[in-house]
Design a protein around this ligand. Structure first.
Ligand code: T1G
Length: 737
């Protein structure tokens, strides 16, 4: 069973600064981030550090001084700590981590402050609304009592940033909620709601109505009572079943494959059951530092901020007006149309879904119902909510009602002629100001828009299959697409709980454009001697959710086949193209859906090597005079991943993608690229662009032609010793977004 070793730590880990947070002068007892007020003997400490009350520099200092001041004030019988705005404390300030890792700032420990809160002679009541995450929950657990608004959430999501709780969260949480729950919350990072927190005794009360009023009343009740210290609670640590940790490690290896922080979190909570509190905290701090200085943490923190930056579009300021989307209509109830319809219903937007025939419509609605039913079965959706969402969906065979829609999403068969016909039709029906969105995955948005009289209201909304599950939405800007339409699309993505990424109107936009060379190399590798299993296995071990050929078999080989036939005229003579996939399709082998493709599939869609495919590959290679050789995993990974990177650099250079980070967000949320590698562009930076360029030139040397022509931007950044991250920073500074 794997234990935490920590992935390669990039830089040496400096000693933690024992200097705790310097308190400000007690007389003032507050700073602009933390204020203190008195309500009839109850001190109210309010943290106000928008947008999420992170523990940025100045906040811990303010908390320390105000707690000290209240503790020393004879007029105070109890203390309430709360957050201003939409949330309690959402954790440590993640932006500070980079400064610590770069050595710009010393790492400061929150531990002494939390001990002071816990040792305060007057009851400290933590009043929690919104989120108490990470350091926020750790501060809350150092308090003597916690009262939650009914809608509040608490959690230790640090592992999602490649770290673990670093302020005794792994030591105090098991003492409050029990070891099993603490392992789950710290190792997997998902928050829990107020009711569950109350049932687990993390929360002492749920406050209905005004939180502060309820918290002050609660504080008044406990003012004369003793101050229970979380660190002194032992009951829930006793007789811990050791299989809790073994099971958690198994689950982490299965569901957090390749990630090191979950294993570190399990080890830290385990330490709480073996070591006294202080020693447990010291062990936690050591594990925390190993994670913090790891590449995985940098990658996951990059992914956190990248996902929040994608909605910033130069020239589309945050205050750009958006169209109100009250009603929607979808054309096509197939695999994509059905999922898109669910997205609108999930966002509480009434939606019409139109199909050409009753049978197809019934089939589409049956899939929608089945999807909802399976969520109810898994306890992810209440039956009432399922019924409500279905009630928002109107299946039909006509365009009736389309004239009232604020947006019409098209998800018909991927052919330009049909798309243009449909857009001409809906353009005639739709009301002025209605947005027309195409789900095309690679066709020219301007060409589609040319079939309408409102090209400024035409945009690509490219969802990923299954559309109701995959978080990515590529928002494709056409030549005439209005900025209000882009702003509306970004806002709609957020309403659907999707990540909207802006893409330029190039064939295949961002994701699929990069996928072409990635899949090309995977196919060339099997022609040159690697087995289908070698190629899939190497990328799977690299961390990608599914190997390239397995992914093609899942998506259906006929999808690419149709596109290749549509664009055969664009192929450059004399340029090598993959030779096997077309033959598989001509033999009706489309992958999982036909039981055979690159691999064979049983009735449970479990893959196994297909000797016929292997023979076909060998035969094809021989006929084409392709030399076959044994190929190592490193070459397989480098050729596939660097093909992605090189094409990504072309896209950036052409302005099809705004930021390298946007490309990473596309691949993390649409193509199963491991978040702990940060995305293809971030990964390239960790390898070093000089190394990437040298490898690409080596491949060009060996395989010739333009396929491995290094992108000019990649060459420029590599030669100037720069990186994609630096490219983004400079661009952001220049654009001021
Ligand atoms: N630090 C710095 N900035 C943060 C932040 C944080 N912890 N959380 C959010 N932001 C910024 C974010 O970048 C965005 O900025 C804005 O706030 C709004 O965020 C010691 C070591 C709280 C659920 O992992 O999960 O504590 O883009 O768009 O959708 O053991 O933010 O507007 O410039 O996400 O309403 C642990 C991370 C830290 C929580 C709100 N805490 N945050 O979601 O808004 S590690 C977390 C969230 C730690 C301790 C350890 C979410 C949210 P901008 P948003 P939202």
């Amino acid at each position: 069973m794997a234990s935490f070793t920590g992935d390669e730590v990039q830089t040496s880990i400096p000693q933690v600064d024992r200097l705790t947070y310097q308190s400000v002068d007690c007389r003032t007892a507050m700073n602009e981030l933390v204020s203190l007020s008195l309500r009839d003997g109850i001190a109210v400490i309010t943290i106000s550090n928008p947008p999420v009350n992170a523990l940025s520099p100045g906040v811990p200092e303010g908390i320390r001084s105000t707690v000290e001041s209240a503790a020393n004030d004879p007029a105070v019988s109890a203390i309430v700590v709360t957050g201003a705005g939409r949330t309690f404390i959402a954790g440590a300030d993640i932006r500070e981590f980079a400064k610590v890792v770069s050595g710009e700032k010393p790492r400061r420990s929150l531990l002494p402050l939390l001990l002071e809160i816990e040792d305060c002679p007057k009851p400290v009541v933590m009043a929690i609304h919104g989120t108490a995450f990470g350091g926020g929950l750790e501060v809350a657990m150092a308090g003597h009592y916690r009262v939650l608004a009914a809608s509040a959430q608490v959690g230790q999501p640090e592992v999602k940033l490649g770290i673990i709780p670093g302020a005794a969260g792994t030591q105090r949480l098991p003492r409050l909620a029990g070891v099993a729950k603490a392992v789950e919350m710290c190792a997997f990072g998902d928050p829990i709601g107020a009711r569950e927190a109350h049932a687990l005794e993390i929360a002492d009360a749920i406050i209905e109505g005004d939180l502060l009023t309820g918290a002050i009343a609660f504080a008044r009740e406990v003012a004369a009572k003793p101050c229970p210290k979380t660190r002194e609670r032992q009951k829930k640590l006793r007789d811990t079943d050791p299989s809790i940790f073994a099971k958690a490690r198994q689950r982490a290896e299965k569901t957090r494959r390749g990630q090191t922080a979950p294993l570190a979190a399990i080890e830290a909570v385990e330490a709480a059951t073996r070591l006294p509190f202080d020693a447990g905290c010291a062990h936690e701090a050591e594990l925390f530092d190993r994670c913090l200085y790891s590449t995985q943490s940098k990658a996951l923190i990059h992914a956190f901020f990248a996902e929040r930056a994608v909605s910033r579009i130069p020239g589309v300021p945050q205050e750009t007006p958006v169209y109100e989307i009250r009603r929607a209509a979808v054309i096509g109830a197939g695999t994509m149309g059905g999922g898109i319809t669910m997205n609108y219903a999930n966002a509480s937007i009434p939606v019409i879904v139109k199909e050409a025939g009753q049978e197809a419509l019934d089939r589409g609605m049956a899939v929608i119902r089945r999807n909802y039913a399976s969520s109810v079965k898994k306890g992810k959706l209440a039956q009432a909510e399922m019924d409500h969402r279905l009630s928002l969906i109107t299946p039909q065979l006509t365009y009736d009602g389309f004239e009232q829609a604020d947006i019409i999403a098209e998800a018909v068969f991927e052919g330009m002629a049909l798309k243009k016909q449909v857009f001409a039709e809906i353009d005639r029906i739709a009301k002025p100001g209605c947005i027309l969105a195409s789900n095309t995955s690679y066709l020219d948005i301007d060409e589609i828009a040319s079939a309408t009289r409102r090209p400024q209201l035409v945009v690509g909304h490219h969802y990923f299959s299954p559309a109701n599950v995959m978080r990515l939405l590529e928002i494709v800007r056409g030549r005439d697409t209005d900025k209000e339409v882009l702003a509306t699309s970004m806002a709609l993505a957020k309403r659907m709980n999707k990540v909207g990424v802006l893409a330029g109107n190039a064939r295949g936009f961002i994701g699929n454009r990069m996928l072409t060379p990635y899949l090309r190399e995977a196919q060339f590798l099997v022609e040159e001697g690697a087995s289908v299993e070698d190629v899939n296995g190497a990328l799977y071990d690299f961390g990608i959710a599914m190997g390239p050929l397995a992914m093609s078999d899942l998506a259906g080989l006929d999808v690419g086949w149709r596109a290749r036939r549509e664009f055969r005229h664009l192929e450059k003579p004399g340029v090598r193209v993959p030779l096997v996939a077309d033959q598989l399709c001509e033999q009706g082998r489309f992958g999982q859906k036909t039981g055979r493709g690159w691999s064979k599939y049983d009735e449970n869609r479990q893959p196994s090597p297909d000797p016929e495919t292997a023979a076909l590959i060998e035969q094809t290679a021989r006929k084409a005079g392709i030399e076959r050789r044994s190929i190592g995993r490193e070459e397989i990974v480098d050729r596939c991943v660097f093909a992605l990177v090189n094409e990504g650099a072309h896209l950036l250079g052409e302005g099809i993608a705004l930021r390298a980070a946007d490309i990473d967000v596309v691949y993390l949320n649409g193509y199963g690229f491991p978040a702990w590698r940060g995305g293809p562009m971030f990964y390239a930076d960790t390898v070093g662009l000089k190394t990437v360029l040298a490898r690409i030139e080596e491949f060009r040397e060996r395989h010739g032609g333009d396929l491995w022509l290094p992108a000019p931007l990649l060459r420029r950044l590599s030669e100037s010793g720069s990186s994609f991250g630096e490219f983004d920073r400079q661009k952001q500074a220049a654009a001021g977004v």
